[in-house]
Design a protein around this ligand. Structure first.
Ligand SMILES: C[S@@+](CC[C@H](N)C(=O)[O-])C[C@H]1O[C@@H](n2cnc3c(N)ncnc32)[C@H](O)[C@@H]1O
Length: 284
């Protein structure tokens, strides 16, 4: 199963162009982060995203902004109040978060990581703008293998194990079947236990059977799977299952946050439908 997930995982990378373009459109990124491909996919999907918004009250871009901004908010809190000085963003894609946070906190160590082709692209992008520094680097990682140069162990080896760390994944976990992603979370928790304090932030799309837009959610999930030539499984049915799942993987304290409840502090419009995405804050 791991080998299959690994082989198909590179097909996920083009989706980073779409989200990268969305961050740019909403003034979260400089123009260098917007690619022609991202712009093209955004234009192609416009009739569908418009229809989902007008017909069902599901606003895809708002959904993406909810997760992105709530992760930003929790990260800001961890830096300003939790003493976090090093951040690892796995599956960084074309996200501008590393750029924004290193500009805002020059002493922050920020490691971005992705599969080799995307990591090379991101490194080039940051280098061409003069944004790569000793504090802000891009590394190669593949979340699937247990060992080897591109594994999690290799990525964490270069960090200061005497200081707190915060790890982010965004737009990654629902591309994998639950056993595969739980394998990753278990290996991640094992790495994080080597630090005096460690936090993991991720977004997660649960399987919300009771949601009034569940049918449309299933269509959306099929579309994402079709576009990325894979699948987009939804994980866990409620907060209790989420907490249980993360605890089984080795995390001790798990909070399940519904971005709908943070809309005003995130500067987003009031939600039209119950939340579809959750942000998980898990500690070791
Ligand atoms: C939807 S994009 C999200 C990018 C970025 N985090 C964002 O929110 O804009 C998914 C990212 O996951 C990366 N990815 C896919 N499989 C991976 C794996 N096995 N290990 C690490 N990253 C992976 C892709 O290359 C891509 O950059």
């Amino acid at each position: 199963m791991a080998e299959r997930a690994r082989a198909s995982s590179a097909h996920i990378s083009p989706s980073a162009h779409y989200t990268g373009y969305v961050w740019y459109r909403h003034q979260l990124a400089e123009p260098a982060f917007a690619t022609d491909f991202g712009r093209w996919v955004h234009a192609l999907l416009k009739p569908i995203t418009w229809g989902a918004r007008a017909g069902f009250g599901i606003d895809l871009e708002n959904l993406l902004l909810q997760r992105h901004l709530l992760i930003d908010q929790r990260l800001t809190d961890a830096i300003e109040r939790g003493g976090v000085t090093q951040v690892v963003e796995i599956a960084c894609g074309l996200s501008p978060r590393g750029r924004r946070f290193t500009a805002r906190y020059p002493a922050l160590r920020y490691i971005e990581a992705d599969l080799s082709v995307m990591a090379a692209r991101k490194r080039l992008l940051l280098q061409s703008q003069g944004w790569l520094t000793a504090q802000h680097q891009v590394k190669v990682v593949d979340i699937i293998p247990n060992a080897g140069a591109d594994s999690l162990a290799g990525l964490f080896a270069g960090l200061d194990h005497s200081k707190p760390v915060l790890v982010i994944t965004e737009g990654l976990v629902n591309y994998f079947e639950l056993p595969v992603i739980e394998g990753f979370w278990t290996r991640l928790a094992a790495q994080l236990k080597q630090f005096p304090q460690a936090t993991y932030l991720t977004e997660l799309y649960p399987d919300l059977h009771e949601h009034p837009r569940y049918r449309q959610l299933r269509w959306g999930v099929k579309l994402v799977g079709y576009l990325t030539r894979g699948s987009y499984p939804l994980h866990y049915r409620d907060p209790a299952q989420i907490v249980g799942g993360f605890q089984r993987c080795g995390f001790s304290a798990v909070s399940v946050l519904d971005p709908n409840q943070f809309a005003s502090s995130l500067g987003l419009s009031p939600p039209r439908v119950p939340g579809l995405v959750r942000v998980i804050e898990a500690r070791c």
